[in-house]
Design a protein around this ligand. Sequence first.
Ligand SMILES: NC(=O)c1ccc[n+]([C@@H]2O[C@H](COP(=O)([O-])OP(=O)(O)OC[C@H]3O[C@@H](n4cnc5c(N)ncnc54)[C@H](O)[C@@H]3O)[C@@H](O)[C@H]2O)c1
Length: 393
Amino acid sequence: MNPSKLKMGLIGGGGAGFIGRVHVTAATLDREAELVAGAFSSSPEKSKRCSAEFSVSPARAYGSYSDLLSSENRLPSNDRIDFVTIATPNHTHADIAICALKSGFHVICDKPMTTNLDDARRLVETVSETGKVFVLSHNYSGYPMVRQAREMIRNGEIGEVLAIRVAYKQGWMHGMQAGITPNRGAWKSDPLKNGPAGSLGDVGTHAFHLLSFITGLKPTALMCKLKSFSSHHNLDDYGQAIMQMSGDTMATVMWSQVSHGRLNDLSIQIDGSKGALSWRQESPNQLIFGQLGKPTMTYDRHPSADYTTPDAKIASRLPAGHPEAFFEAFANLYRDAYRKMRCLTASKEPQLDGVTDLCPSVWDGFDGVLFTHHCLNSNARGCSWVNWCEDQE
Ligand SMILES: NC(=O)c1ccc[n+]([C@@H]2O[C@H](COP(=O)([O-])OP(=O)(O)OC[C@H]3O[C@@H](n4cnc5c(N)ncnc54)[C@H](O)[C@@H]3O)[C@@H](O)[C@H]2O)c1
């Protein structure tokens, strides 16, 4: 073990688990951290069997997350984990995160943060009580050109933000069949494990966070229509929300997991009074900038170009023309989280480093859960308008 590296514990990711493995690659990309422990599966036997594939000592492949947290806590402080990453089904996030924070560990948690508002409130309270770092992996905020768009808007380059459209389209839900679908997809159809928001919670929350992250705007009211086209479950697999944002900005968000041929098609367009920006996750190294009476420009991810903003430069690892994508964007969230962890250890404020704090926080997670809560309520009330302040204490 390298003493200068932060130590990671992974919860989830075993067997065919998808995003846990992405987290490990991203968390260790810059060699600032290493994976030393895990509770990789809900099955104790399977979790222990995963030690070799994750190159973790068999003694530190634990049978459950509670075993991981209590056993790691008993180790000397320079041996034990510094943080856990939670890559398990949605219904487990709140309890695991709260337990980890109370055990003294920082937390990186996947989205949606929780499946209901009460759990989201509990988690917000625990983060503030413990003072530990909590980062929600809304990984699309880690792309350099997304950060570039955010800074260009803050610098006034498109003027006042008038309208925003975000769409997140996938098509894999059609391939799922009751009783035949492999385990990895099955929990997403079970409201007890997935929560009541289907595609809304799965991809709608990413779309909502992208919009909030880039523009810095919050909704004041929304109306939403949800639909389930799939025969194998009753959760939404398609939906759209119209939002009135702070100021006079209009926004629409749509999400689908039933669009044939759409793989991971997340895109955003922002219309301003002076210009417009658009970005697409499947061409993540380009940002399109349109201005009245001028040719539309494509800004390439280019860390040494004059037009590249400071946050976009910092978020880039490779020279222009060498595509960066999903892993690197995820790794940017880890890099930001590590800076916060190291600052806390050194008892200094992360902001004093002179670098913008871009980590999606527990409050961003809360807003995502509130977004799903309001969308579900609006849909249940026949697509009526819901005030953003409703049900907030
Ligand atoms: N940020 C993203 O882009 C992104 C992408 C996919 C999934 N996710 C989120 O990540 C989470 C996991 O999704 P996934 O697609 O990887 O699911 P998955 O079904 O592929 O993997 C879940 C893993 O968790 C393990 N697990 C289940 N219960 C556990 C427990 N109590 N303790 C330890 N391990 C347990 C399973 O064995 C499995 O390895 C979900 O909340 C999902 O919404 C985020």
